[in-house]
Design a protein around this ligand. Structure first.
Ligand SMILES: Cc1ncc(COP(=O)(O)O)c(C=O)c1O
Length: 442
């Protein structure tokens, strides 16, 4: 087993072995910046980066690099499929959200090629002006049909979609009640809207109801409840039916972010409403990403037709930002068609989700909601989490280490995602890597 010694000095022109190249990266990805300077020296007093956030990051880097623990932004040399590679190493990845394993699907590549030949690489403008293509309209129609909503608007990212949905419709007289673990883009949206914000305890419908009651009593104009359907840091599912009942009782509006549920939940991948047998029209704002199970880059807001019309003429991210590129629109559209034409991808995802949960249970590692392909292994201490991720990487297994500020400081975790494209041998490699981590560290 490889130790965590600092990488050997580089010798120009000399061939480095794959493991040395990996060590080199995890020890010094920043051209030697921290070799000769401490974190304090890198950030001069009163300089641009003299902020608490930058100081904390640079101290962490200075402490972690000598232990060869930097694994962010690992430069992949191949597509982000389960079998991938970086720095000359073959890797098995459990860190991609491409839940349906569609990256590299020949139909996607064909559709993107045709779109680029026909429309080029960019629209050269925002959607309202020169930026709308027939392709965007087809995508929006397909999205609405797939999700069971009346209409949908496409955005260049899911982040934009959440910010647009909230900031276009709510303002300082309104109150947003947001699940404590909701995605950052929802928090960005409520901040941009300038509404009063209350955070309710994660998935706690009693706490949500108490707040809704108090807010109504205080005479708020409009109330927006915001949740993710699958929470990306924990892999658990929101109690949507109860939340819809509360929304009705307190005459509130509801935003549900389907980023990790689209393609992943429900018998045909249509998300949380299909999984929980609910009508999507109960949700006022259904948002999501097109960069996960749908392997493109983009996002959407789905809901009523009047909502679509207003969002496309009244939300800043839609009006003042360039359109989703032709290649991304074509990939998203074709992926939605593939999901419907080839149900085997959803079926395989469900099978592999079971395989992941069962294997973790056999190792005695808690594994969350068994329907969700995304699993958080909470290890607590952030250094322990980095060490586990690094050990796995040495064994050719690439997983994500999630630490503060993405999660609370003492709740660092490894996050594992099963996809439809994983093969049994990929799971074997993951489980044996985890068993080694357990044996070495308990
Ligand atoms: C729950 C959730 N919402 C929104 C987003 C943003 O989506 P995108 O990556 O398309 O901007 C993400 C992505 O990381 C997410 O996990």
């Amino acid at each position: 087993m490889q130790s965590y010694a600092p990488a050997p000095a580089r010798h120009d022109g000399e061939e480095l072995s794959p493991l040395t190249r990996l060590d080199d990266y995890t020890t010094d990805p920043f051209a030697g910046l921290f070799d000769s300077s401490t974190a304090g020296e890198v950030i001069e007093c009163d300089s641009l980066l003299d902020t608490p956030g930058a100081r904390r990051l640079f101290s962490l880097l200075a402490a972690g690099l000598p232990k060869s623990l930097y694994m962010y932004q690992l430069p992949l040399s191949q597509a982000a499929k389960p079998a991938t590679g970086a720095l000359g190493n073959d890797l098995v990845a459990f860190s991609s959200y491409s839940y349906l394993g569609l990256i590299g699907h020949p139909r996607l590549e064909r559709a993107v090629g045709e779109a680029v030949r026909r429309y080029g690489t960019s629209t050269g403008g925002a959607r309202l002006l020169t930026g709308t293509l027939e392709l965007h309209l087809e995508l929006e129609e397909e999205l609405a049909r797939f999700l069971g909503c009346d209409a949908a608007s496409a955005f260049p990212s899911g982040y934009d979609a959440n910010v647009a949905a909230i900031s276009a419709l709510f303002g300082p007289q309104d109150v947003a009640v947001v699940d404590h673990f909701a995605h950052q883009s929802i928090w960005a949206g409520v901040r941009m809207a300038g509404c009063e914000v209350q955070r309710f305890r994660h998935s706690d419908v009693d706490d949500l109801e108490r707040r809704l009651w108090e807010i109504r009593e205080a005479g708020a104009r409009r109330i927006l409840i915001c949740i993710d359907s699958v929470f990306s840091m924990d892999g658990d599912v929101a109690p949507l039916e109860e939340i819809i009942a509360l929304k009705r009782r307190y005459r509130a509006f509801l935003l549900v972010d389907e980023a990790h549920s689209l393609g992943a939940l429900g018998a045909t991948g249509r998300g949380i409403c299909e999984d929980q047998n609910l009508d999507p029209r109960e949700i006022d704002l259904l948002t999501g990403s097109l960069s996960k199970a749908v392997p493109s880059a983009g996002g959407f807001i789905a809901g009523s037709l009047p909502l679509k019309i207003y969002i496309q003429h009244g939300s800043a991210p839609y009006i003042f930002s360039g359109a989703m590129s032709p290649a991304n629109a074509a990939a998203a559209l074709e992926a939605l068609r593939i999901i419907q034409d080839e149900p085997q991808h959803v079926a395989r995802l469900h099978e592999n989700t079971r395989r992941l949960h069962d294997g973790l249970a056999q190792l005695g590692l808690a594994s969350g909601n068994p329907k969700v392909p995304l699993v958080a292994l909470v290890l607590g201490d952030e250094w322990r989490t980095y060490r586990w991720a690094r050990r796995l990487l040495n064994q050719g297994v690439f997983v994500s280490a999630i630490t503060y500020p993405a999660v609370s400081p003492r709740l660092a975790r490894l996050r594992l995602c099963a996809t439809a494209a994983h093969q049994p041998e990929h799971f074997d490699r993951l489980f044996s890597g985890l068993a080694e981590c357990q044996a070495e560290e308990g």
